[in-house]
Design a binder for this molecule. Structure first.
Ligand code: UDX
Ligand code: ADP
Length: 465
């Protein structure tokens, strides 16, 4: 069996950074080099102040603090790290293509291809190359073809090892994974990778499949999870129309052990770097294999998600007498979920853009997202004009003079806000739009706020109608 002494990971992002930190923490005898072409990102990973790590994840700073400098290294010297490594993880970004064939659906593999070429050029001896990024099915074939064209006495094996961590709980997910999936045919390479995880993951949780099953499992897992969210969000709209409560429906169906209670929380739609991208990949794949009906089935999961975001923006406008022009609206939460500073595909983008388009003045609060990221996501710098946005470091400041509070991320702090104090500084009639279903509605109502909560219908109105 190949003994792994040195690992290199290309890509120090939300997946590569935390994953390699946990591997280094759990395997003190393995030297782990995480490399990235982004100098600012690497400098942040090396910052003495662990609060400045580029990725915010509960528990991450402690793990990095223990391993960094011992056997965990962050650097921009990609080629040297490849040359030292027995095992190279590819953990670079694979966004959806914006132009050319498959634009809007297929993944842009240019970074993966570049990495494969770099590995082909700089690796020494026998190297196991592990796909970590979410990739379209059969990408390993491409990587293998590139590696195979430049052997010069070296040898390569490609494995697929998709990452299932969720942001916000990444460290717990990595330390106690439901399963680790390893795809590939080469028994020695599979065992080498399994022995790395085997230091802390029970053997029965390490699953082996062929390469394509592994790649397809990742897309399918994300598509299933996203489909659960679109399903419950579609039912939320029906609850609002009929006087039911989606939380009650979720609890009732979730206690059926065949359905299960997780991932049934209605909200403003899913965000994050994976769900949309992976479903679109699946759709592209189905169309490629002429499975049009299957493609349309999965495409509808994305349609419901977009619709939910548009629906929420529209109902805010309609409750505020049909116009928000010049009105101050406090947006609470910009990250795509709590406990992360990541805003990729966050529902806040589409909802805020729609409200800005209507001329609203947004006062945006988020405990972890920085204003530069918001500016880049919204495509405009902050401004105090109609149709502009400003960042507010405190909720109370965001609420001052606002006609509405709109909760878009389920940060814990938003569950226990002082509604009476906020209501006092708002302009009345003042609204609370709770798109995450976390606020104490009774307390908000008692403070004089009008309230809308996702998936909560009013039975009396329906009966009266
Ligand atoms: C997801 C998968 O969970 C993970 O396994 C994969 O590796 C990457 O993609 P992530 O996107 O980080 O992880 O977070 P996740 O917890 O899955 O949430 C995704 C989105 O769905 C968030 O916007 C979240 O707010 C939303 N969501 C989740 C709901 O709206 N309701 C739910 O019940 C659960
Ligand atoms: P993910 O959520 O999949 O981790 P990120 O965008 O957070 O995605 O991280 C991917 C990282 O990969 C980025 O920091 C990017 O700079 C890095 N990257 C892209 N191409 C290369 C490359 N050729 N070599 C090293 N790092 C790369």
């Amino acid at each position: 069996m190949t003994t792994i002494r040195t690992i290199c990971c290309l890509g120090a992002g939300y997946v590569g950074g935390p994953t390699m930190s946990v591997i280094a923490d759990r395997c003190p005898d393995i030297q782990v080099h995480v490399v990235d072409i982004n100098e600012r990102r690497i400098a942040a990973w090396n910052d003495d102040d662990l609060v400045k790590l580029p990725v915010y994840e509960p528990g991450l700073a402690e793990v990095v603090g223990r391993a960094r400098g011992r056997n965990l290294h962050f650097s921009t010297d990609v080629n040297a790290a490849i040359a030292m490594a027995d095992m190279v993880f590819l953990s670079v970004n694979t966004p959806t293509k914006t132009r050319g064939i498959g634009a809007g659906q297929a993944s842009d593999l240019r970074w993966i291809e570049l990495c494969a070429r770099q590995v082909a050029e700089h690796a020494q001896g026998h190297t196991i190359v592990v796909e970590k990024s979410t990739l379209p099915v059969r990408t390993a074939e491409t990587v293998q073809a590139i590696l195979g064209s430049n052997t010069q006495g070296r040898s390569f094996v490609v494995l697929s090892n998709p990452e299932f961590l969720a942001e916000g709980t990444a460290i717990a997910d990595l330390e106690q994974p439901d399963r680790v999936l390893i795809g590939g045919e080469d028994a020695a390479a599979r065992e080498a990778l399994a022995s790395v995880y085997g230091r802390w993951v029970p053997r029965e949780r390490i699953l082996f499949t062929n390469l394509w099953s592994s790649e397809l499992s990742k897309l399918t897992a994300n598509a299933y999870l996203a489909q659960r969210i679109s399903s419950i969000n579609s039912i939320a709209a029906l609850c609002e129309a009929t006087g039911a409560d989606v939380n009650e429906v979720a609890r009732a169906i979730g206690s059926d052990s065949r359905i299960g209670s997780k991932f049934l929380k209605s909200g403003p739609g899913y965000g994050g770097s994976c769900f949309q991208k992976d479903i679109l990949n699946l759709v592209y794949l189905c169309r490629h294999y002429r499975l049009e009906t299957v493609a349309r089935y999965w495409e509808s999961v994305v349609e419901i998600n977009t619709w939910q975001q548009e629906r929420i923006a529209q109902l805010v406008v309609s409750r505020l007498f049909g116009t928000v022009t010049g009105k101050r609206l406090a947006v609470l939460g910009f990250a795509f979920k709590a406990n992360t500073n990541d805003t990729r595909e966050t529902p806040a983008i589409r909802i805020c853009q729609a409200l800005l388009e209507e001329g609203a003045r947004l006062a945006i609060h988020d405990p972890k997202v920085d204003p530069d990221t918001i500016a880049s996501d919204l495509g405009c710098a902050s401004s105090d004009a109609d149709g502009g946005w400003q960042f507010c470091p405190e909720v109370a400041a965001a609420a001052a003079g606002a006609d509405a509070l709109i909760i878009l991320t389920e940060w814990d702090a938003y569950a226990s806000l002082d509604w009476a104090a906020l209501a006092m500084v708002m302009r009345h009639p003042a609204w609370l739009f709770d798109a995450r279903g976390l606020a104490d509605l009774e307390a908000a109502r008692a403070a004089g706020l009008k309230v809308w909560r996702v998936g909560l219908g009013d039975p009396s109105l329906v009966l009266a109608a």
